[in-house]
Design a protein around this ligand. Structure first.
Ligand code: G3H
Ligand code: ZN
Length: 272
C-alpha cells in the first residue's frame, strides 16, 4: 500500500497510533503488529534515532520500504526534529509527516522557524506537527507539571499554520511506569479551542484506561516509544538468559521483535 499522511489516517479514524522506530526490527514489528490489528499506524523516527545511526537515510529508507509493502496504511513521520536540515532531508526521503521541534527557542523564533518548515513541508504534501516553546527541563513541554495554555496554543497554530500540535497535559517522556496523571479537563479545553489535532507525547507512562480517557477527551495522535523498548529488552534479556552460549543476534532479536509486534497489536486496539 502507498505511504499515507497522518491526516489521511485521521480522516479514517478518530485517533492515530504512533510508535518509534530505532532498529530495523522495530519497523518490522510495528507494521506486523498493526497489520494483525488491521489498524493504520505511524512509524516515527526521531532526530535522536538518526543520530544513533549516524544518518537518517539508512533507517528511513528501510522503514519506508517496510511501510510501502504493508497491507495497512502507514505514515512515515520524523519525530522531534530540531534541525531544519534534517526536516528537509526527511522531505526528500519521502517522509509523509514531520514534527519540527523548536520548543527551546524563544517564542517569536519558534513561530518563524516553524512557519518556514510548514511552508516547505506543505510543498512536499507533508503534514507538520509542532509544539509550543519552552518550558523547563531537558524534556521541553513533556514533563510533569508543565501545561499548555489554550490561548497560547490557538495563537501559535494560527501564526505557524501547523497541522497538529503536541500539548503538555501531564505526560512525560521516557517513563517506565504507566502511572502519569493526565489533566483530562485541560485536554477537553484544548480540544475545544485549538483547530488542529492534538498529540500526546510520552504515552509510555500512561495506563491503557487513561489513554482511552485522553482520546475521549480529544487527543488524536498517541506517541509510544519507551514502553515498546521495555518490552523488546525484556524479551531479549530472557532469550540471552535462557542460553548463555547464544551468539546469533537473530536468536535473541526475533523474540524481541515478536514481543513488540504483539504489544503493538494490543495497543492499536486500545488506541482506536
Ligand atoms: O515522541 C515520542 C514520544 O513522545 C514517546 O515518548 O518514550 O515516553 O513513550 P515515550
Ligand atoms: Zn515525544
Amino acid at each position: 500500500m502507498p505511504l499515507v499522511t497522518t491526516d489521511r489516517i485521521l480522516a479514517e479514524r478518530r485517533v492515530a497510533a504512533a510508535f518509534n522506530v530505532i532498529q530495523l526490527e522495530h519497523a518490522e514489528a510495528i507494521v506486523a503488529g498493526a497489520e494483525s490489528a488491521a489498524s493504520p499506524v505511524v512509524l516515527q523516527i526521531s532526530e535522536n534515532a538518526a543520530k544513533y545511526h549516524g544518518a537518517l537515510a539508512p533507517i528511513a529508507l528501510a522503514s519506508r520500504r517496510i511501510a510501502e509493502t504493508a497491507n495497512i496504511d502507514v505514515a512515515l513521520h520524523l519525530d522531534h526534529a530540531e534541525s531544519e536540515a534534517l526536516v528537509r532531508e526527511a522531505l526528500r526521503l519521502g517522509f509523509t509527516s514531520v514534527m519540527f521541534d523548536a520548543a527551546t527557542s524563544p517564542y517569536d523564533e519558534n513561530v518563524s522557524r516553524t512557519a518556514q518548515m510548514v511552508a516547505e513541508a506543505h510543498e512536499h504534501g507533508a503534514w507538520v506537527e509542532a509544539e509550543l516553546g519552552e518550558i523547563g527541563g531537558k524534556d521541553g513541554a513533556h514533563a510533569p507539571g508543565v501545561r499548555t495554555d489554550p490561548d497560547e496554543a490557538v495563537a501559535f497554530v494560527e501564526a505557524t499554520g501547523v497541522d497538529a500540535l503536541a500539548v503538555a497535559v501531564g505526560s512525560s517522556h521516557a517513563m517506565t511506569s504507566r502511572d502519569a496523571a493526565l489533566d483530562l479537563d485541560l485536554i477537553a479545553s484544548l480540544r475545544e479551542a485549538v483547530p488542529v489535532p492534538l498529540v500526546l507525547h510520552g504515552s509510555s507512562g500512561v495506563a491503557d484506561a487513561d489513554i482511552r480517557r485522553a482520546i475521549d477527551a480529544g487527543m488524536r495522535k498517541i506517541n509510544v516509544s519507551t514502553h515498546l523498548n521495555s518490552i523488546m529488552t525484556a524479551a531479549v534479556r530472557d532469550a540471552l538468559a535462557s542460553n548463555e552460549r547464544l551468539v546469533d543476534p537473530r536468536k535473541y532479536l526475533a523474540p524481541g521483535r515478536d514481543a513488540v509486534a504483539r504489544e503493538v497489536t494490543r495497543l492499536c486496539e486500545v488506541i482506536s
